[in-house]
Design a protein around this ligand. Structure first.
Ligand SMILES: [Zn+2]
Length: 216
């Protein structure tokens, strides 16, 4: 099973991607994780990543595609993979298409999690991070104390999670990434699922949608 999971920031890609990958026995390939792993591993690609990373620059598409190519060729990807967080732009999707073609692979489905903007802003801007143990919690799940439920530490809001910043991130998503939905609707077929409600229900909808398109 070869899948891509897409959706705006805060849509639940990480949570749902993790669950789907486990259910289907495939790795969840997150480019953020791959970049962090490459930095640690000290491989040739990792050194390239480090140059950009330490200069505070975006890691270029060719380098990220190199990391993905490596992950595709690892034994853990033998039965497929779930890509999370990539591609984000049409040129990246073209690059991914080349990697797949070189390996005679095709995508089984592209999943899109649909969540209204206002709920995304509410979800992300309500996040608080513990300054002591770094666990993440949501304001709606907090008691009156306002302390970390894990350790009692002080909770802070990441600057990335402030409502205004979230709106900017959503605008970037609409501009750069949303065109991919039409791209994949044409190339592979898009499987859209409502990403609001209980986590278990959303997962059930995703699995049912995958069965509906004949992926297994
Ligand atoms: Zn804590």
């Amino acid at each position: 099973m070869r899948l891509i999971i897409m959706g705006p920031p805060g849509a639940g890609k990480g949570t749902q991607g993790e669950r789907l990958a486990e259910a289907f026995g495939i790795p969840r390939l997150s480019t953020g994780d791959m970049i962090r792993a490459a930095l640690k591993a000290g491989t040739e690609l990792g050194e390239q990543v480090r140059e950009y990373y330490e200069a505070g620059k975006l890691v270029p598409d060719e380098v990220v595609l190199g990391l993905i190519a490596e992950a595709f060729d690892e034994p853990r990807s033998e039965n497929g993979f779930l890509l999370d967080g990539f591609p984000r732009t049409v040129p990246q999707a073209d690059g991914l298409g080349d990697l797949l073609r070189e390996r005679d692979l095709t995508l089984d489905a592209v999943l899109s999690l649909e969540v209204p903007d206002e709920e995304l802003v509410e979800r992300i801007s309500g996040r608080r991070v513990c300054s002591n143990c770094e666990s993440v919690t949501h304001l709606s799940a907090l008691g009156d104390s306002g302390e970390c439920p894990e350790c009692g530490g002080k909770l802070i809001q990441r600057s990335d999670d402030q409502a205004e910043t979230v709106r900017t991130r959503l605008a970037v998503y609409r501009d750069e990434t949303e065109p991919l939905l039409a791209y994949y609707a044409k190339a592979v077929g898009l499987t859209s699922v409502v990403g609001t409600g209980a986590v278990d229900d959303i997962q059930a909808s995703l699995v049912a949608a995958l069965e509906g398109v004949g992926a297994k």
